[in-house]
Design a protein around this ligand. Structure first.
Ligand code: PMP
Length: 300
């Protein structure tokens, strides 16, 4: 696999990078992470991702003993070492660290930090042109009083089990309800419904990860005059949706044309979704090109 990894200060090839088995990220799934991508080589929405990493770490009482400048220099050095042409996928993980087998945080004096940089191929044009089928799966999204979905946790069993069920049903993403029977989110993305020209997405209080792309969609909607609002949504709302799409860093905006046996709208990507898709890409490229210019000027 092409790419590079930073593991606790050492940068090397991705496919041989290793972490000790006594790392509590491996032993207990105790850690948090972020996934970013670049456009034109420039990390997109970098600061909000790092802010969310710090919020997730605080939520599991994990102190991160490095500042934003140090983290950015590790990300940049790992990206340079990867030496990839084209856009990259950047995963930043931090765990409770290496130590004896105990939940006592004193067993692990320092958190581990891992950065993975690998290629991010351009999205398959099929996603935008034909849309995808997703499945509403019976597995519930974690109760916010348990492992709060707001925490971007390395413990991804809930997500993986949901996605396995979607795969068994021939679908490309798993939509989950919360314990109240309301729509929450998908295994790796947030969900939006279009009704009467408006984009509606489950409220944060439904128990979901507040996607960085989801937040960006509120701005993108303003660019093209589409109101984007949070709402309490249930599976019945899927029957009356004109259009549906999912959002995430790597899937950007992907139109959904079928949910199990429900055909959404005309069965083709909808007009409002495609307007948002165009506006998303316009704004993303503008922002990364501005950030790239500012960084170059800063270096000169
Ligand atoms: N929900 C879940 C459970 C996810 O794993 C992801 C992907 N990180 C998202 C939503 C979308 O988040 P983002 O837009 O920040 O990639």
């Amino acid at each position: 696999m092409r790419g590079a990894a930073f593991v606790n200060g050492t940068i090397g090839p991705l496919d041989t990078a290793a972490i000790p088995i006594l790392d509590h990220g491996f032993m207990y799934g105790e850690g948090v992470y972020e996934v970013l991508r670049t456009y034109d080589g420039e990390p997109f929405l970098y600061d909000p991702h790092i802010a969310r990493l710090r919020r997730s770490a605080a939520a599991i009482h994990l102190d991160l003993p490095f500042d934003d400048a140090a983290l950015r220099s590790w990300v940049d050095r790992t990206s340079e070492a990867a030496g990839l042409e084209g856009d990259t996928y950047i995963r930043i993980l931090t765990t409770r660290g290496i130590g004896d087998l105990s939940y006592d945080v004193r067993a692990t004096p320092a958190p581990s930090i891992v950065i993975v940089v690998k290629p991010q191929p351009p999205p398959d044009p099929r996603l935008r042109n034909d849309g995808i089928a997703i499945a509403l799966v019976p597995i519930l999204r974690n109760h916010p009083g348990s492992v709060n979905p707001m925490i971007k946790s390395n413990n991804l069993l809930n997500n993986a089990l949901a996605m396995q069920e979607a795969h068994r049903r021939g679908a490309e993403e798993a939509l989950m309800c919360n314990y109240r029977g309301e729509l929450s989110e998908c295994s790796q993305s947030n969900i939006f419904l279009i009704r009467g020209g408006m984009a509606l997405t489950p409220r944060s209080t439904a128990g979901l990860l507040e996607g960085i792309t989801r937040a960006f969609l509120f701005q993108v909607g303003q660019d093209v005059g589409v109101k984007v609002e949070e709402a309490t949504l249930t599976p019945a709302d899927l029957d009356t949706a004109d259009e549906v799409f999912i959002t995430s860093t790597t899937r950007e905006i992907s139109p959904v044309v079928r949910i199990d046996d429900r055909v959404i709208g005309s069965g083709r990507p909808g007009e409002v979704t495609l307007r948002l898709w165009e506006a998303y890409h316009r704004r993303a490229l503008e922002m990364t090109s501005l950030a790239g210019t500012a960084r170059k000027l800063g270096r000169d």
